[in-house]
Design a protein around this ligand. Structure first.
Ligand code: ADP
Ligand code: MG
Length: 727
């Protein structure tokens, strides 16, 4: 047998084997295990399982975040450095290059088409050696670069490739000749592997995909069925608009986004409906005695916004259904006093109020200001934090249980089992974004349907808040108390620190105080300056004549209290701290904040930190210390902060930079877990979906439709949306 004959026979055999495997196709359904997918073994299945992906249904719900056009081929002579391109070529030669002393090898491949030659380099890819035969046809996709040592030589580093069979047919390819989906890698499982698995799953899918959207909704918005949408979100038709896909505007994507919002809003609508059927505690608000009490405790003239918001809260407290209200107001807008006024109403009605704060420092601060504010009314104020002495704590618990304590503030310690209230009528959560939904709920469960007020300094645009936290009523304080001077913010480099310290000295000489913030408590491998070490250095070498204090989360509670108290009293002039001061801390005389490694903090976090200054009549300054050369995102954060102090603008920017998942603290708290939907980008679909969901729930005539939907969604729906609301 001559060599040519042998080769063609082998090819024939290969084809036959291929046919046979086609005939042995899997019959996959949504419930099939992922291990049914060709090439997906137990090790990788375990990696996927960690992400909750165990079935084909889960796998198909893992959606691409980007698409690449690999339909339009470019000839080698027409390649442009810096641009991605798809090339059809033949193998010329290959070689494996090992570098002395290095473990990994680089695989070189030289290919050509009728117009030129292209060099490919694959790092860590010894296994490719011998895989490519001269003359073999293949399609490549990657970014074109120029070899720095040989400027005339075009190359691609680690391109995607697909070997073509003798006929040059790539129709079954997942890599090229189509619009290719790009997935976020899961551990060691690359986008490319996921693409193959999902392609296999779709090719072999024989199951049913029920559509939760009613036919008339599909028709109204021109949406494809769920099945069609899922398939084409993964592998779009070759004539699809790639730009639209990358902006998540394709009909299939719009449908998936709408569906997510719709189901989410359905959860909210149902929850709201059942909430409104519960019996709450109607309180007397208009009575002279109550009005007098509320007026008596006011330490200053409230702003118009504070008045309006209190009126909204008071109207809720009067009602026979429990209040669930979100109070939104930028850092320093004066939410606390509103909360205390609401508490006064509850207390005058004979009920206890609980105020939960995310940190001990903040709880203590609330305790102190409640004592001050409530002094004229003689309400008894209690503090519950975990750092208390057991004997003290036992006594406090006793007063809470007997009802002697009328206003109770504290940290998570409030939701411990041992805490029992005699008559809890109002629950207030400060800085709600710091709590999980369950923690918030647990506090409310310590009373019989108490009114709930959650407060946040993360101002989200009103429409967005309404649609996302749609089962909460919303009050917004959109006005700052008078007498504030805006904070001036600048971005400085490390080399100007001497000047910065000089500035701090001057401010302190004129009677002010300063914060200096570090990202970590102790030195670590990250090479970040740490609060403890910098505190020593600053106190000894930089500010030897000033009183410098240190505050961080790892200190004991009493120590923290002491330091905070001394700072409040002006005994400590410079407070070196970590982000423990991020929320709520209110010391008006502090006018300078220096934040080192400012590029390492999130935007919202920086805004919160900066909110600690600019609280009094004196001009305040925030100095962000970071190198000029930072990542693009860090630059965007710092520039936003320098440009504006408007919390709403900052929140919107933050939402854009981080995406809604992180923004709303999804991962930690399970609040909003969208796969593909993005509330800001897709707000129009959000509005439509909300309208449809509420219309369905409110229309008694459509009860059967709703019931069917609930059944279809079953436990999955429960899991996904049980935690969908705040409070
Ligand atoms: P936040 O909304 O960030 O919780 P706070 O409630 O801590 O803000 O209020 C910030 C500061 O403004 C506090 O020192 C508070 O006493 C003061 N403040 C609040 N409302 C007024 C007002 N109407 N007039 C003057 N000062 C006010
Ligand atoms: Mg506050």
């Amino acid at each position: 047998m001559d060599a040519r004959h042998e080769a063609s026979l082998r090819k024939l055999l290969q084809k036959l084997a291929c046919r046979a495997s086609l005939n042995r196709r899997m019959e996959l359904t949504l419930e099939s295990a992922v291990t049914q997918v060709k090439g997906l073994g137990p090790t990788r299945a375990a990696v996927l399982a960690e992400r909750g992906i165990t079935t084909i249904g889960h796998l198909l719900s893992y959606l691409p975040f980007r698409y690449e056009d690999r339909i339009h081929f470019t000839r080698i002579a027409e390649l442009v450095p810096g641009q991605p391109a798809t090339v059809e070529a033949r193998v010329e030669s290959s070689s494996l290059v090992r570098f002395a002393g290095r473990r990994h090898a680089m695989f070189h491949l030289r290919v050509k088409d009728s117009t030129g030659q292209l060099h490919l380099k694959f790092f860590h890819s010894a296994y490719l050696n011998g895989k490519f035969k001269a003359g073999q046809a293949l399609v490549l996709h990657g970014k074109v670069t120029v070899d720095p040592n040989r400027p005339m030589r075009m190359e691609m580093i680690n391109p995607e490739y697909e070997l073509l069979d003798a006929t040059g047919d790539a129709s079954d390819s997942t890599e090229v000749g189509r619009i290719v989906p790009v997935y976020e890698a899961i551990g060691e499982i690359s986008s490319r592997m996921l693409r193959r698995y999902i392609f296999f799953a779709i090719q072999n899918f024989r199951g049913e995909i029920i559509d939760p959207l009613a036919a008339d909704i599909l028709q109204r918005y021109g949406f494809p069925s769920r099945r069609d949408a899922i398939f084409s979100v993964h592998f779009p038709e070759s004539d699809a608009d790639v730009a639209a896909l990358n902006e998540f505007r394709s009909p299939a994507q719009a449908r998936m986004i709408f569906e997510e919002f719709f189901l989410y809003q359905l959860g909210i609508a149902l929850r709201r409906q059942s909430e409104q059927r519960r019996a709450g505690i109607p309180m007397r608000v208009r009575e002279e005695k109550v009005r007098e009490a509320v007026k008596k405790i006011l330490p200053f003239k409230p702003t118009a916004a504070q008045k309006r918001v209190l009126a909204e809260i008071a109207a809720d407290l009067e009602r026979a259904t429990p209040m669930s209200r979100l109070l939104e107001g930028d850092v320093g807008s004066g939410k606390t006093i509103v909360a205390l006024e609401a508490a006064a109403i509850a207390i005058e009605n004979g009920y206890q109020t609980a105020l939960m704060a995310p940190t001990e420092i903040l709880a203590v601060q609330h305790y102190l200001s409640a004592r001050r504010v409530f002094a004229p009314a003689r309400y008894s104020v209690e503090l519950l934090v975990s750092g208390m002495k057991p004997s003290e704590k036992a006594e406090a618990l006793e007063r809470v249980a007997s009802g002697a304590a009328q206003f109770v503030t504290g940290t998570h310690a409030l939701i411990e089992e041992a805490v029992q209230f005699a008559k809890l009528g109002l629950v207030i959560i400060d800085e709600q974004h710091r709590f999980g939904v369950l923690q918030r709920k647990r506090l409310a469960e310590k009373g019989a349907a108490p009114h709930t007020l959650v407060m946040t300094a993360t101002p989200i645009p009103r429409t967005l808040a309404l649609t996302l936290y749609g089962d909460l009523d919303l009050s917004v304080i959109d006005e700052m108390p008078p007498g504030r001077t805006p904070v001036e913010t600048q971005w400085s480099e490390e080399k100007s620190l001497t000047g910065v310290w000089e500035f701090v000295r001057r401010e302190i000489a004129s009677g002010r105080q300063a914060y200096i913030i570090y990202p970590v408590v102790e030195e670590s491998k990250q090479e970040l300056k740490a609060a403890t070490a910098e505190y020593e250095r600053l106190a000894k070498n930089v500010f030897p004549r000033l009183r410098v204090g240190l505050l961080h989360g790892r200190m004991r509670s009493e120590e923290k209290d002491e330091i905070m108290e001394e700072f409040r009293a002006g005994k400590i002039q410079i407070l070196v701290a970590t982000t423990v001061v991020e929320v709520g801390v209110d010391v008006r005389n502090a006018t300078v904040m220096v934040i080192e490694h400012a590029d390492r903090f999130g935007l919202a976090q920086l805004h919160q930190l900066r909110g600690r200054i600019g609280r009094g009549a004196h001009k305040s300054h925030c100095i962000l210390v970071a190198p000029q050369k930072v990542t693009e995102e860090a630059r965007a954060r710092l520039e936003t902060l320098v440009a504006t102090a408007d919390g709403f603008k900052i929140a919107e920017e933050d939402l854009k930079l981080r995406g809604p998942g992180e923004f709303f603290g999804t991962r930690q708290h399970g609040d909003v877990a969208f796969q593909i939907a993005h509330p800001l980008r897709d707000h129009k679909l959000l509005d439509l979906a909300r309208g449809e969901a509420f219309a369905l729930v409110e229309n008694a005539a459509r009860a059967a439709e709703l019931e069917k939907l609930k059944q279809f969604l079953g436990s999955e729906w429960q899991n996904k949306f049980r935690l969908a609301s705040v409070g």
